[in-house]
Design a protein. Sequence first.
Length: 359
Amino acid sequence: MKKISSRQTAVIACVLLFANKILVLPSLLYEYAKADGLFVVFLLLIAEILLLLIFFRLKHKYPNSNFYEIIKKNMGVFLAKLSLFLILLYLFYKILLVYIVSYMYFRVQVYLNAGFYIFVLVFLLVCNSCVMRGLRSLSRCMEFFFTFIIICFVFCLLLSIANFNQFPIFFDTNILKFVESGFRYIFCFGDILLLFLLIDRIELDKKGEKQILVYVLTTMVLILILYLMFYSIFNYTSFVHKNAISDIITFSYRFTDLGRLDMVAIITVMFLSLFQISIALYVFCDCFIKLFPPLNKVYGLITFDLLFLTLIFISSIDYLRITYFGTLVMPFFAIILQYILPILCLLFTIGGKHEKNKG
């Protein structure tokens, strides 16, 4: 089996970290935790690091087994299939969320008269093509554009400095609201879980682990700076602004002669959205194949496309419905799949013999 490198794994981890965090989440957190939403993000990002460390330990113990085999070996076939099925549903929701938020963003920022049907069909065509090309091709494409994405993101942060107002007021939220905000939007985090599902396709050694940690920590710092700038610029009106990465530079290009610099933010979101959805869709198909062994990737894509189009066109699902459903149901999925399941995997690594590395 051809595997992806440590750097490609680091790039995938960083792209996943940006998912659902740089557009609407800052404003949603402000409604409950105000500027202390920055600390909510900080704590949940620490949890991401712990998940990554569990992933390293699991990879060291089972260098050649996939996630399904690891769970089946330690918990039995039924729980292994149940875990994959829940992950399948969870991934479908996360893909739907990224799509809805991205569509809302591009509709406002780029073209108000953009056809909804054209947008969804182009999205499916691009993401399906990425999945059909395979993980190595997708990871190489992400690796190629990653530096450009980070440069664009840093450029937006630097441009926002001109709009800096004052440091936001911290510790202005009671502990119950603080905890509630973290619980309600915990489903926007935990995307490191996807690495567990790619564990057998990743080449990893001690040097590679350090490289991944450096990339991940750098990305987390950039995300936290975004939240700090967002809350400092908008303060009490933060809950109104739903497109954080673009809104922090709004004043910079509208009141200067610099042109439409918001295109930098638009390009950044475009690449991140496509890559986030593509890698999640790849994992979705991989889980589908393990649940239904006679079928292949094509059947997984057809199943996803039919379910996706049904929800989009028949149910008329929109941003408000998808986020409301997320805050009601998805936190329980998140706690079970993002934290309890990896902790159980950590217990699997205690004692016993390590699997022999065939590589």
